[in-house]
Design a protein around this ligand. Structure first.
Ligand SMILES: *[C@@H]1O[C@H](CO)[C@@H](O)[C@H](O)[C@H]1NC(C)=O
Ligand SMILES: *[C@@H]1O[C@H](CO)[C@@H](O)[C@H](O)[C@H]1NC(C)=O
Length: 518
């Protein structure tokens, strides 16, 4: 989940200069294929076009990313495992492309994707949430989202690193750290990447892969995406299946795309969204699925006529002056693109929300229940319950750096018991969301709220609402994002707004070219 509020944002806004082992220099990797097509920063549309024009094959693409990972991953640590079958999947995709008429294959066909290591793959890879405790566990089946990726012909390139257990182990552990993979690095700053979907964001930012999946409970897609200058979509809870995903809480967990562009993210969302009988919430949320998918909302003039609320409570992080000035410029652009800004709004119960403990309480209860259910469903596993995981961590302090990082969140969850307190907390969260964000959206007739990336992620998290982040600038080289958030099922509007903003600003640039010394 990452940003257990304060921890994440202090990390997020530590603008520390580059450490000396990074030497700027020209990139030593070949970035083009023999036929002159440049893979770096290519979108899924670009890649599909290059496939069709015989400028590129999926095999070449996988080989390129393998090289990128080989040279950069020892420092960046965005990738935890490589799929030994990726090249075979690429060859299959290349073969299928030849056998089918152009334009008849799904958008992600032949495109390499990394999935966060809490997302189960029933193949030669491990699914461990970054923990040694799950190494050697055998999952019963692919996660629901992975089934959809495979059906679409995507190539599962590997598993992305993350904050261990999606940051539901300890508040002390650095965001982006896990026992198996170590500490991930933001490729722009060589500082913390923000988590918990750290590896997914690092890897697309540094062109180690085309697109990726992350998951969010509270900030875990939006924060690392903003920190690494990429686009993240945190879908409405239930829009995408959580079946086969190592959980924190079904009330808030959601799987979503982390990509370099809004168009890539929309295509990935379109591929993974939908009903999965193994996750009942997807049935209820299926009413939000637009007929014809999400790509139709990639409109350059998507800001025209939209009503966007500006909630200034969510200012006040990082270098205030600089970020405020940048944000004001963005508001000006948004207005010029035809949106109506409704400024100086407030969520009137914001103090009550941030003083309220319901989220922490519900999460602790739900973590124990849902993790025990996940572990119980495994075909084989060294651990079968949260109690086993805690015992494992105690027994292997060296392996897990237990002394440094502890497991306080797990210990709190293990102590939970019964349902009365959980039920109260759930009702309280629903009431606060209803009287707060939802009321603001409805009374002011807003299509979305726009804010700098901030504690606002937690408002979206608690209510199960969607959000999209788009690169918004760099402060002393450190990227930051802007967020558009809306009511449940508002992904079509959010994609229109985000795409229009992205096309008007085009702020993302790849990380500085540098030679990485291990
Ligand atoms: C899965 O974990 C086992 C045990 O450490 C390891 O031998 C194997 O290489 C891992 N699989 C992949 C694809 O990395
Ligand atoms: C904030 O950013 C501005 C613009 O980059 C810079 O001039 C100023 O020195 C920064 N202030 C601090 C306290 O870092």
């Amino acid at each position: 989940m990452a940003c257990n509020t304060v921890g994440c944002f202090s990390l997020f806004f530590q603008f520390i200069l580059l450490i000396p082992l990074v030497i700027f220099s020209s990139l030593f990797l070949p970035t083009t294929t023999a036929k002159g097509f440049s893979i770096e920063e290519a979108t899924v549309y670009d890649l599909q076009l290059a496939f069709r024009r015989n400028q590129l094959t999926s095999r070449q693409l996988v080989e390129f990313y393998h090289k990128q990972i080989q040279t950069q991953n020892p420092v960046l640590r965005g990738v935890l495992e490589l799929n030994p079958d990726a090249l075979a999947q690429a060859d299959k995709a290349d073969h299928e492309r030849k056998a089918n008429a152009p334009g008849t294959l799904p958008a992600l066909h032949g495109i390499p994707i990394l999935v966060k290591d809490n997302i189960a793959t029933k193949d030669k890879m491990n699914t461990t949430a970054g923990s040694f405790a799950l190494l050697g566990s055998v999952v019963p089946r692919d996660a629901g989202v992975v089934t959809r990726l495979r059906e679409a012909g995507a190539i599962i390139l590997g598993k992305a690193t993350l904050s261990e257990w999606s940051h539901y182990r300890s508040n002390d552990a650095p965001s982006g750290w896990n026992g198996r993979g170590g500490e991930g690095k933001n490729p722009y700053t060589m500082d913390g990447p923000c988590g918990s979907s750290s590896g997914s964001a690092i890897s697309v930012a540094a062109n180690l892969v085309a697109v990726s999946l992350g998951s969010e409970t509270d900030g875990s897609i939006l924060c690392p995406s903003g920190s690494n200058s990429v686009v993240g979509i945190k879908p409405t809870v239930g829009l995408t299946s959580r079946a086969g995903v190592v959980p924190i809480t079904p009330l808030q967990d959601t799987v979503g795309p982390i990509c370099r562009t809004v168009s890539d993210a929309a295509l990935v969302l379109e591929t993974i969204a939908g009903i999965d009988v193994n996750d009942k919430a997807t049935i209820k949320a299926s009413k939000y699925l637009p007929r014809g998918g999400y790509a139709q909302f990639l409109k350059k003039d998507g800001l025209r006529g939209k009503r966007l609320g500006v909630v200034r409570t969510f200012y006040g992080f990082g270098n205030d002056t600089f970020m405020h000035d940048t944000f004001e410029l963005h508001l000006k652009t948004i207005r010029q693109k035809g949106a109506v800004l409704v400024d100086n709004l407030e969520i009137n119960n914001i103090q009550e929300i941030f003083n309220d403990q319901s989220e922490d309480i519900a999460m602790a209860y739900e973590f124990k229940l849902s993790l025990n259910a996940y572990l119980g469903d495994l075909v084989a596993s060294p651990v079968r319950s949260l109690a086993d995981v805690i015992a494992f961590n105690k027994k292997h302090p060296k392996l897990e750096k237990l002394k440094e990082y502890g497991q306080d969140l797990m210990l709190i969850a293990q102590k939970t018991n019964g349902v009365r307190e959980l039920k109260e907390a759930v009702l309280n969260m629903a009431r606060l969301s209803h009287n707060g964000f939802e009321k603001l959206m409805i009374t002011k007739k807003l299509d979305a709220v726009v804010v700098p990336i901030s504690f606002f992620v937690s408002i979206l998290a608690r209510g199960g609402y969607p959000g999209v982040t788009v690169p918004a600038g760099y402060e002393k080289g450190a990227p930051f994002g802007i967020i558009f958030g809306g009511l449940k099922g508002s992904e079509p509007k959010l994609i229109e707004i985000a795409y229009s903003f992205e096309q008007a600003t085009l702020i993302r640039k790849p990380p500085p070219l540098r030679k990485l010394k291990v």
